[in-house]
Design a protein around this ligand. Structure first.
Ligand SMILES: Cc1c2[nH]c(c1CCC(=O)O)Cc1[nH]c(c(CCC(=O)O)c1C)Cc1[nH]c(c(CCC(=O)O)c1C)Cc1[nH]c(c(C)c1CCC(=O)O)C2
Length: 474
């Protein structure tokens, strides 16, 4: 038996920094958490040294190597999350396809799928423990070796992105071969997407059983689909994955935050925010405020600095980060890039990005807690003993904050404005007689109530706090 087989997914060290998990759930944090897609990558000299002369997928199959590569960026930078080193293309491999990583060319399938008959060549049922057990071992080992420093994210490619690779046989600018299937062989496309979805669900559940504390689904090729094709060939499978994973985890009393990142999939933003995911990842082509408006507090957001901004001098990076934080607000937000780091990026600038997120977000949060005046309007709130009191918005928010800090014992259950009601952390105990109420656990209805709440949130950053608190409780 190998040494790594003796390391079990139990007795994990206590988590010391839960900022990332809290932000996924829309809960208050003392700073905005940050990590970078491809943080374990070739921009780090120690990564290049570890990977030198070794085959990429051999590295993926070594739990010790994956663990080491995952930990490298965590040793160097105060990231708030680690992501397991692996690749999305291990799934096509598990289904029986040959995939190689060729230097200068990237992922390559010597025998891609050409016609629908080729689906018969794929394994119809994949035993993920047998085929992808090496990823689970890597996760378990890494979770132990992280010593509770930060949470560990597991991930998968989404069905459409994997299908595109399996048909294109590698990277592509047009994805015309894969899109040909969508328009010409739509039934076979759905069959393949369903097969992939089934494997992905088992794979993600296996990652959680092994110790993953959050899951990200990469729909990296969303951008080459139009809104109609996205709705038919991507969204239903993304939804199905989150629903099935969440349902099965719930049965064992677990709740693991799930992030969906559909690169360049602007048209899908509203739908994605109502697709069982806790967090929607954004690329840099979306304006933070408009993303907040369009997702209306239903999910936390992650992203979205242009990776190329890391080529800027450090002072400029700091300014860009500050503007991004002001756009997203500090609650229900995870700072990241809008896509992965590139190999030629300077690690020092990555450090400057992380530091800027921590420093600016702490400043914003400290400033907020010192605020004495916000909008002048009065609000009412109900306390757990049923009392209704009138307070200024600023007073209410101060009370709320104290409550979140754990210093005020009396939980505020509901913050009401004349035409709306914003839920907070506790179930509503009493309804203010003048305010329409959103039943606990329901989607806002009618939508106008939600829109009003959302405008108020935009007008006062602090108010958005309570909106995301409400919806993340669903
Ligand atoms: C599309 C995709 C792939 N892989 C992945 C995606 C989805 C994210 C995205 O949109 O970029 C996901 C991925 N790949 C890798 C990770 C590790 C975790 C992390 O983000 O740090 C993750 C999350 C390691 C890797 N995967 C790969 C590298 C670089 C190659 C190496 O280490 O030798 C790394 C660090 C290789 C890879 N694997 C893939 C590509 C396109 C490449 C790059 C090829 C190249 O640039 O030559 C497929």
């Amino acid at each position: 038996m190998e040494k790594v087989d003796l390391i079990l997914p139990k007795d994990f060290p206590t988590l010391k920094n839960d900022a990332f998990l809290c932000a996924c759930r829309g809960q208050e944090t003392s700073h905005v958490p940050v990590w970078c897609m491809r943080q374990a990558g070739r921009y780090l000299p120690e990564f290049r040294e570890s990977r030198a002369g070794k085959d990429f997928f051999d590295t993926c199959r070594s739990p010790e190597a994956c663990c080491e590569l995952t930990l490298q960026p965590i040793r160097r930078f105060p990231f708030d999350a680690a992501i397991i080193f692996s690749d999305i293309l291990v799934i096509p491999q598990a289904m029986g396809m040959d995939v190689q990583m060729l230097s200068g060319k990237g992922p390559t399938f010597p025998e891609p799928l050409k016609e629908p008959e080729d689906l018969l060549l794929l394994q119809p049922k994949v035993d993920v423990n047998k085929e992808l057990g090496y990823v689970f071992k890597a996760i378990t080992l890494t979770r132990h070796k992280l010593e509770g420093k930060v949470p560990l994210i597991g991930f998968t490619g989404a069905p459409w992105t994997l299908m595109a690779y399996m048909i294109e046989g590698g990277g592509s600018t047009t994805h015309s071969k894969a899109k040909r299937w969508l328009y010409r062989h739509s039934e076979a496309s759905h069959k393949l997407l369903r097969m992939l979805t089934d494997v992905i669900v088992d794979y993600l559940l296996g990652q959680v059983a092994a110790g993953a504390q959050a899951l990200q689904v990469f729909e990296s090729h969303a951008g080459c689909l139009g809104p109609v094709e996205f709705k038919e060939f991507s969204l239903p499978y993304l939804r199905d994955i989150a629903r099935r994973v969440k349902d099965q985890l719930k049965e064992s009393g677990q709740d693991v935050p799930m992030i969906v990142f559909a690169k360049d999939g602007h048209y899908g933003l509203e739908d994605l925010s109502q697709s069982y995911y806790d967090v929607v990842g954004l690329d840099w082509t979306i304006d933070p405020r408009s993303a907040r408006e369009r997702t209306g507090g239903k999910v936390s957001l992650q992203g979205n600095m242009d990776p190329c901004a890391l080529y800027a001098p450090k002072e400029r990076i700091s300014e860009i980060v500050k503007r991004m934080l002001e756009g997203f607000g500090t609650r229900g937000y995870i700072a990241n890039l809008g896509h992965g780091l590139y190999p030629d990026m300077d690690p020092e600038n990555v450090g400057a990005f992380v530091e800027a997120v921590h420093t600016h977000s702490r400043n914003i949060l400290n400033h907020k807690s010192e605020e004495t005046q916000t909008a002048g309007s009065d609000v009412s709130y109900c306390t757990h003993n049923g009392g209704v009191e009138n307070l200024s918005v600023a007073d209410s928010l101060r009370s709320l904050r104290r409550n979140h800090d754990g210093k005020v014992r009396e939980p505020i259950t509901r913050l009401s404005l004349p035409n709306m009601s914003l839920g907070l952390n506790q179930p509503p105990l009493r309804q203010h007689k003048h305010s329409p109420v959103l039943p606990m656990g329901s989607r806002p209805h009618p939508p106008s109530i939600f829109q009003q709440a959302n405008s108020a949130a935009l007008a006062s950053q602090a108010l958005s706090v309570s909106i995301s608190g409400w919806f993340s409780q669903e």
